[in-house]
Structure formats: C-alpha cells, structure tokens
Design a protein. Structure first.
Length: 182
C-alpha cells in the first residue's frame, strides 16, 4: 500500500525589508513520503526568499516537468522556476529553458555539493537568468528544527540575511549566492 503525503499547515508572516514585501500567508505543504523535513523546509525557505502573491508550490517530486515552486504569468508562462537540492544537469537545463528566471537553492553536505557543482558549473555559465544559492549544512539543520505540522513562523529579511522564528525555536539563514558570482 502506498504511503500518503504528510500535510503541514503553516501560517507564515514575512517582513522582507530588502524588497519591501510584507504579507501573511496561510500555506499547506504536502511532504511526499520520500521527502525529508529538511527538503520540505528548504521549499519553505525558497518561498520566503521569493514570496509574492502568485508564487505557488507545485507537485515537484511527483512531476518531472514541474519545479518545487513557480510563478506563472496570467498567460500561463513560467516567469520563475524555483528548485531546491542538487538537480541533474538535464533538469537544470530544462528549468532554464522553460522559464524566464531560474533560482536554485542548494543545501546539504559539502561532500555532496562540491562534486555536483563541478559537474554543472560549465552548464551554469551558459544559462541566462540562473541564480544559485548555497545554504550551509548547519543552517539547513537549524531550519529543519522548525518543522512542525501546525506551525506559525515569522520571517524577517534584512540585507540578504533571513531570520525565522516559531514556537519551537529560531534559525538564521545567510544564503550565499554562488552563481552568478557577486
């Protein structure tokens, strides 16, 4: 018998001083049985970093042709493709070709990240509209500690640094932009 997804209801308050975006979001995240809390919280972080009215979670893991989150125009064109993890070269290229802008949020150990980065660095150099961020392993672990099925999370963003807090603790995330190099 197939396992069902675990549903997380999250009330999210965002105060993004960098973009002058202030909003509350009532989100329902379905964590696929094969997905970890860490990956699910990275999807939430991607939402926080790029929040706007039409940004939405997709079927992601269940659908090869969909990102983890996307922003579509009213004409159904993909304006923003948000991906988390370490996607294959093929998936990264597809994302860049199908959207106006692609943002990738990488996380996890350096032992996994370094070989992946060496394998896609050349491909990344030829893609327009691609931005890649790296979240350190200790920061992703602190974010994972906030995962609760009924959470109220506050997020503040100032000078690129993200501070998240909930009743179970807090996490400070400092995404490092690795591509394009700033």
């Amino acid at each position: 018998m197939a396992q069902n997804s675990t549903v997380f209801k999250i009330y999210l308050q965002i105060a993004d001083m960098d973009r002058n975006y202030y909003a509350d979001h009532s989100l329902t995240l379905a964590r696929h049985p094969s997905e970890t809390d860490e990956r699910m919280m990275m999807r939430l972080l991607a939402f926080v970093m790029n929040a706007q009215e039409r940004l939405e979670f997709t079927r992601g893991l269940c659908e090869e042709d969909e990102p983890d989150l996307w922003l579509k125009s009213y004409a159904d064109e993909i304006e923003l493709w948000l991906e988390v993890g370490l996607p294959s070269e093929k998936r990264l290229k597809r994302a860049c070709n199908r959207s106006q802008k692609t943002v990738l949020l990488t996380y996890g150990s350096d032992q996994a990240f370094e070989p992946w980065w060496q394998s896609v660095k050349k491909l990344a150099a030829g893609q327009k509209g691609l931005t890649i961020y790296r979240i350190s392993e200790d920061q992703s672990e602190s974010l994972t500690a906030l995962a609760q099925r009924g959470a109220q999370i506050s997020a503040s963003i100032t000078d690129g640094q993200i501070w998240l807090s909930s009743e179970s603790g807090s996490a400070t995330i400092d995404p490092q932009q690795i591509y394009p190099v700033v």
